[in-house]
Design a protein around this ligand. Sequence first.
Ligand code: ARG
Length: 564
Amino acid sequence: MNYKQELAEILFEVLGHELNVKELEMLIEKPKSQVHGDLAFPCFTLAKVKRKSPTVIAQEVSEKIESPTIEKVEVVGAYINFFLNKRLVSEAIIAEIMEQKEQYGAHNLGDNRNVTIDLSSPNIAKPFSMGHLRSTVIGNALAFIVEKCGYKPVRINHIGDWGTQFGKLITAYKLWGDVEKVKQNPIKELLTLYVKFHEEAESDPALVEQGRSWFKSLEDGNEEALALWQWFRDESLQEFSRIYELMNVQFDSFAGEAFYNDKMDRVVELLEDKQLLVESDQAQVVELLEEELPPCLIKKSDGATLYATRDLAAALYRKENYDFDLSLYVVGNEQSLHFKQLIAVLEKMGCQWAKNMVHIPFGMMLKDGKKMSTRKGKVVLLEEVLNESIEMAKNNIEEKNPNLINKDAVAKQVGVGAVMFHDLKNFRMNDIEFSLEEMLRFEGETGPYVQYTYARGCSILRKATWQTGSDLKISSPSWEKEWKVVILLSEFPNAVKRSFEQFDPSQIAKYIVDLAQAFNKYYAEVKILEENAEQQARLALVYSVTVVLKEGLRLLGIEAPEEM
Ligand code: ARG
């Protein structure tokens, strides 16, 4: 039930259809303090339409309002303040949640049409960076959010597994590599080789030539080159999958850059047909003058294709295979230009659907205010970060709840959830400061805090041997103390919708923190388990809160242990 909308409909009738429901809904405000009611309608816009004083209008309109949902109307200057009927509203919302359970808050905006989501997409033979972590966490949450809004998410891991760097890596491996070392610690060892290649190449330019020629062999399908590349890829993916497993993230496709090797000729042909390719410095480019963008490089002078060429092929492939309604790319802010060029080139090719491609950028992860870099030895190994977080969560449990069963499983849910929540609670464009202590706090805006609140709710329900059922009576003489929690519960569907419209999971993260805070305050004030006429209604409220907290966490990709 959406009370803003309901009020808009009431006003629509009262006002004789002067403004439409959507316009009215936009004008309705939520007063800062509940002393001024639950909703307020400022009459300034109406005053312009009607050419009357806003205070007069406020008075006139307020006299005509009559609805069971609205208990009281108050006029303050040009504002009409509305007080909702707490009992009616509370009981309706709770009944709705009890009936819909985890379906509560869902929308059907997409009719099950596809939304492709390009997420995570790390580069093989390189460490999984903080940027890839952010992309994984944000993209994963968006997948759940689009699904909640009635679309079918297709999670694509566009692995960075092709490019001239693999020629260099093969060269380095053949000169200095050691099978056993790579097997033991693939990414670290391959990175060392790659770094050594660059150091040596400074004094030995012949190495660069060798690297180029090995990449050429790779592109031409040379067996030895392919076998090495395949091995590097397999080893890398195995390491990455450990991280995905920790975070409980799954993909529908691992079609990475190499997958498009045999699909790029077609892109080049299409561009030629449309006479979009021009030569510049012996390379083939698409000029983007009207778009005021630098030219998009399609083919190098030696015929080698580029990142952009592969992304063009990928975009066409995704349209053809998934017929997406929306195609999202969750990739760091520093690639904004690349995606602008990509979309512009597709539009030039006549692909109308390119307007449905959205780059979803995000800011950096900082440590002590500086960028966390994976280069120059400052490697922050993500797996270590996650494991450390799990370890800290475990110590916490050991201290607070040593008799908990499933300690390890819960520590994983809490430790990993903490890292994910920390990322998702801020608007994605903001840079975030990395701090394990901060992430794992049980107070304030953290994942563990929300999880803990959920577990507290579950524990209350266990003690009362609560069972939901349709014959449950949830009536209560007063919904005064519950009111703040109830109003928040009613806002969940809107939070979901906003997070989808703005591709912004932080709307949900902030929402569940608010709900958890309101609930904890209620818990401190009211003896929920006391047996009285209100007990069933209170338990129903607790149940509703657990449903929404759990579902909110799930939409962020975070699990909710029932005990912790
Ligand atoms: N592998 C790239 C990187 O780490 C990200 C790929 C993003 N996706 C894409 N379709 N370009 O920078």
